[in-house]
Design a protein around this ligand. Structure first.
Ligand SMILES: NC(=O)c1ccc[n+]([C@@H]2O[C@H](COP(=O)([O-])OP(=O)(O)OC[C@H]3O[C@@H](n4cnc5c(N)ncnc54)[C@H](OP(=O)(O)O)[C@@H]3O)[C@@H](O)[C@H]2O)c1
Length: 195
């Protein structure tokens, strides 16, 4: 959103019945309580992906890097809920976290959502971990017609061989985000039809 806009004010103006991004405090509050609501599209897409691939999350240690309202925070809440997928023990990391490498090395599941290309290196990931790369950053690349390449937060080439599952960038979480947003939009239209 442009800097001169007050993000909080704008979000509070959204009609919760049409809040397909799941950003309104009413949607977030319901999500925290486990009530049916619109879930922010990126964490929702990741939950759908974990379910689709039947990835065991119960009792696992999930480390979420990033605590934004649109990705890290809701992701950490969803993974900790008593649901399937869910039931993780969750550690939320951010820019003030100390010993991030040691924390990541304890993780069965890592969600990297910080916006720092190639941040998560192979020596920060334990063998057979599940790594979910949310990051999307444009990096200058003269070999591309566009002049840039899209990079994730994970050093994919070196991390992938250690993982049981890993999402690529592009072609991973970004696509799931679009799918989840479409699902929220469809569900909103159904609610409207019923009214
Ligand atoms: N794939 C998708 O569909 C999708 C959707 C949304 C966003 N994204 C991408 O995901 C990334 C994150 O997005 P966002 O909106 O959550 O970003 P954001 O609002 O900038 O939040 C970044 C988070 O990362 C933390 N962080 C920054 N540097 C760190 C470091 N060195 N170590 C540990 N934590 C650090 C920040 O900590 P502090 O809170 O302490 O500042 C903050 O909590 C971006 O690349 C964005 O483009 C992708």
């Amino acid at each position: 959103m442009p800097k001169h806009f007050n993000e909080e004010k704008i979000i509070n103006l959204i009609n919760p019945a049409k809040d397909v991004d799941g950003f309104h405090p009413s949607s977030i509050g319901k999500m925290v309580q486990g009530q049916p609501t619109f879930i922010p599209a990126t964490p929702y897409g990741i939950m759908l992906m974990l379910k689709h691939y039947n990835i065991e999350t119960s009792g696992k240690h999930a480390v979420v890097i990033g605590r934004s309202n649109i990705v890290g925070r809701p992701m950490s809440i969803l993974l900790s809920q008593n649901t399937n997928p869910g039931n993780c023990t969750v550690t939320v990391c951010h820019s003030r976290t100390k010993n991030l490498k040691e924390i990541c090395l304890q993780a069965d599941i890592i969600v990297a959502a910080l916006g720092f290309p190639g941040f998560l290196k192979a020596d920060m990931v334990k063998q057979d971990a599940v790594v979910i790369d949310v990051g999307i950053t444009r990096v200058a690349d003269a070999s591309k017609k566009s002049g840039f390449a899209i990079k994730g937060d994970v050093d994919f080439e070196n991390v992938a061989p250690k993982c049981s599952y890993i999402t690529p960038v592009p072609g991973g979480v970004g696509l799931m985000t679009i799918g989840a947003l479409m699902m929220n939009t469809y569900n909103a239209s159904q609610l409207k039809t019923k009214d």
